[in-house]
Design a protein around this ligand. Structure first.
Ligand code: ZN
Length: 433
């Protein structure tokens, strides 16, 4: 089997992913800028990913690579000179992509630039203004209500200038040029489930796959949402035909049930593989049909590319109240759920790697399994029955047209059982590739 969830892995990978998230959490990321570079440099401690810099102004399909934004400090002071909003306490306090400003203004005017969440009055919302030059601050609704009338000093030490869009890419060659694409967005500041959990899972998946034999080549993209995938697709449109399967990774650290959103194809092999694994996982899960809204699957599944790329998360974005707020913090994600997501991803990779087509060498009536020692070869009574049934299915459907995944689905047996049966049949020479 491809997955070897040995004792040393159990719990350990989850903790390591959680530690990585903790290290990335304080950094103020955006769709461009030094926060992204710093984050990618941290990932380079785990995998040798390549960092690409794409210049401001480059046309990428219908879009343009934006100016680069960098932020050093930001605050709002009251008339007594006390900081009432401080970027140094939480980078979510600043409207992401705020232009530089330093001026004094009355509360009423300041309020036009303040964002709160009245329905969750203790939390700071996360807001951005990438494509319209603006400035602003986000704060808890309670903090807003405590602001007194008077004059305030607003200071944002940012820059918005020609520079670059930065993204990370890690390509792991396999036996063939056929590729599996994993893509995660890296543009959010201090938010743990949205963005950081995907970055951590992608990093540890890549690290793990480095150590495994690989039928497929694997490409990991660490990109700013929307503009990053559009840019990558524009720069790499001549190689996208190699992408056989893909998943967008994000929101994999919360306690909610695993949710899979199908690719635009609806029933591509990646859709079949993920739904098969979830069905046999023994845990609650949800399947969503494709829609042209969401994360970067929007771009991979645009009609000009129509790549077989689905999205595998836990609770989908926007379906949990902590989403895009300061409550998507280090308490909202756990090593346990990160590790559970990691296991699901590995199981899906196992299906993709091993779902091959075989031919029975004995298609005229059933071969005699007993004389080959294939009856009663394994474990307990139920296990014996299951593996025998799996062998009968594999022998019957291995006619050069069905993949092992097709067989598992048709038989209603787990892929794992089907691969065990296949291994046994290959060992006695009853199957060939
Ligand atoms: Zn988001």
């Amino acid at each position: 089997m491809f997955i070897d969830l040995s004792a040393s892995d159990t719990g350990q990978v989850g903790l390591e992913m959680y530690h990585l998230i903790s290290e990335l959490y304080p950094i103020c990321r955006s769709i461009t800028g030094n926060g992204v570079r710093k984050s990618l440099h941290i990932l380079q401690k785990f995998i040798p990913l390549e960092i690409h810099e794409v210049p401001t102004g480059m046309k990428v399909f219908d879009w343009t690579v934006p100016k680069e934004w960098n932020i050093r400090d930001a605050y709002v002071k009251n008339s007594r000179g006390e900081k009432v909003i401080d970027f140094q306490l939480s980078n979510l306090h600043l409207l992401n992509y705020s232009i530089p400003i330093h001026k004094k203004l009355p509360l009423a005017e300041l309020k036009e630039h303040l964002y709160t969440l009245p329905e969750a009055p203790d939390w700071i919302p996360y807001r951005t203004s990438y494509y319209k030059e603006n400035w602003g601050f986000c704060l808890s609704h309670n903090a807003l209500e405590n602001l007194e009338e008077g004059e305030y000093e607003v200071y944002i030490d940012s820059s918005l200038q020609d520079g670059h869009l930065t993204y990370g890419e890690y390509y792991l060659p396999g036996e063939t040029e056929d590729e599996v694409l994993f893509s995660c967005h890296i543009c959010h500041p201090s938010l743990c489930n949205d963005n950081l959990s995907g970055m951590a899972l992608a990093t540890f998946l890549a690290k793990r796959l480095t150590l495994q034999p690989r039928r497929y080549s694997y490409r990991f993209l660490f990109i700013p949402g929307t503009i990053g995938s559009i840019t990558w697709l524009c720069l790499n449109k001549n190689i996208t035909h190699n992408i056989r399967h893909g998943l967008v990774i994000s929101g994999v650290g919360d306690k909610g049930e695993i949710t899979y959103k199908r690719s635009r194809h609806g029933n591509a092999e990646i859709d079949q593989a993920v739904t098969h694994i979830l069905k046999h996982l023994g845990e609650k899960y949800r399947i969503e049909e494709f829609s042209p809204y969401g994360y970067d699957e929007r771009q991979y599944c645009s009609p000009g590319f129509n790549l077989p790329v689905g999205r595998l998360t836990r609770t989908p974005f926007g379906k949990y109240e902590e989403y895009h707020t300061s409550a998507d913090n280090l308490e909202f994600v756990s090593s346990k759920h990160l590790e559970n997501s990691w296991i699901v991803y590995l199981a899906v990779i196992d299906v993709l790697e091993n779902s091959r087509i075989y031919n029975s060498k004995n298609p005229m009536c059933e071969p005699q399994l007993g004389k080959r020692g294939l009856y009663g070869m394994l474990g307990g009574e139920q296990d014996k029955k299951d593996i025998e049934m799996a062998m009968l299915w594999v022998l019957n459907l291995s006619d050069g047209t069905h993949t092992l995944l097709d067989i598992a689905n048709r038989a209603g047996i787990s892929f794992e059982m089907v691969t065990r049966a296949t291994t046994a049949l290959l060992q006695v020479g009853l199957l060939q590739k």
